[in-house]
Design a protein around this ligand. Structure first.
Ligand SMILES: Cc1cc2nc3c(=O)[nH]c(=O)nc-3n(C[C@H](O)[C@H](O)[C@H](O)COP(=O)(O)O)c2cc1C
Length: 291
């Protein structure tokens, strides 16, 4: 009896440890099960579009020590252009009014556009800021009708699968009011297609990979500037993200593996009978918070 009572605390301790182990195991399995059974569905995330930071192998190969950048770059005084306050208000209002007329136009005519304008809008996009001034963008301008048609074939084939299988009912329903589908006539008719690639890494003079910090954000800013420049020139486009077409289009356009397609912009003038959906934009008080 004395032996039994002296062993009781030991038994209790063993039972507690066993209960602990069992509970931990059950919780672990539950967590595993939960993450497995609830995969987050994000069909709009293009597999080919993942940022360079999503490719750990590629990142490991990046030269950590030397990026080949000139540390001794000169710093010079900067003289900024100044406007009077009245002039600032006038300019900012006029720029807003110009950009407020921008619409995504899905019916583009084949009327020619001067190449020089395209050169200028892309030059303008190239003024964008970029992470560590890496300028991680390539703008491919397609004017050849055969190449445009091949692009159309690739995009329409994938888009039909996207609409019928990949996107799901919710997404397809959300798009109904815009009356979009997988037929993209503008890929043939627009005088220019601009395909914007983000370079997920670059090359150093020694051949090693160069880190392109925040490449997707940098290229997205450049695209915003490009859209504004097109609007300023009186040209129209529709911003498109051809889902899962990246690798195929990259091969067609002979772009290297470090370039991933971000956007495809058909560029031209609206057709005479072009229509756009009636959409309103959020008022300032809904998009701006002043603290
Ligand atoms: C990231 C992004 C992707 C888009 N993808 C498509 C697309 O694949 N096809 C399309 O017809 N429009 C696309 N659009 C255009 C939007 O539908 C359009 O901007 C929106 O309806 C607002 O209309 P607005 O551009 O005329 O103001 C896209 C826009 C953005 C910003």
């Amino acid at each position: 009896m004395a032996l039994f009572s002296s062993l009781t605390p030991v038994f209790i301790a063993i039972i507690c440890v066993l209960i602990g182990v069992i509970l931990k195991k059950t919780n672990g399995e539950k967590e595993k099960h939960e993450t497995k059974s609830k995969p987050v569905s994000r069909p709009w995330v293009d597999e080919d579009l993942k940022d360079g930071t999503d490719h750990p192998v590629e990142e490991e190969e990046v030269d950590e020590e030397w990026q080949g950048l000139d540390e001794n770059v000169a710093h010079v005084p900067f003289f900024a252009e100044r406007y009077s306050e009245a002039e600032m208000i006038k300019r900012s209002q006029a720029f807003y009014e110009l950009l407020n007329k921008r619409r995504s136009v899905r019916f583009l005519s084949d009327e020619p556009v001067p190449r020089e304008v395209i050169d200028n809008v892309i030059r303008t996009a190239g003024t964008s800021p970029s992470g560590a001034h890496t300028e991680p963008w390539t703008f491919v301008v397609v004017q050849d009708p055969d190449v445009k048609h091949k692009i159309r074939e690739i995009v329409e084939e994938e888009e039909e699968i996207n609409y019928k299988k990949r996107m799901g009912d919710k997404w397809v329903n959300d798009l109904k009011r815009l009356r979009t589908n997988w037929i993209k006539e503008y890929l043939d008719t627009a005088p220019y297609l601009i395909l914007i690639f983000k370079q997920v890494y670059g090359r150093l003079p020694n051949g090693k990979k160069k880190t392109h910090y925040y490449n997707e954000i940098s290229v997205s800013i450049a695209c915003g500037i490009l859209l504004a420049a097109l609007q300023n020139a009186g040209l129209y486009t529709v911003t498109t993200t051809p889902l899962n077409c990246g690798p195929h289009l990259r091969a067609l356009l002979r772009r290297p593996a470090n370039e991933k397609l971000l956007l495809l912009l058909p560029v031209g003038y609206p057709k005479r009978d072009a229509t756009v959906p009636v959409l309103t934009r959020k008022p300032l008080e809904d998009i701006m918070v002043v603290v």
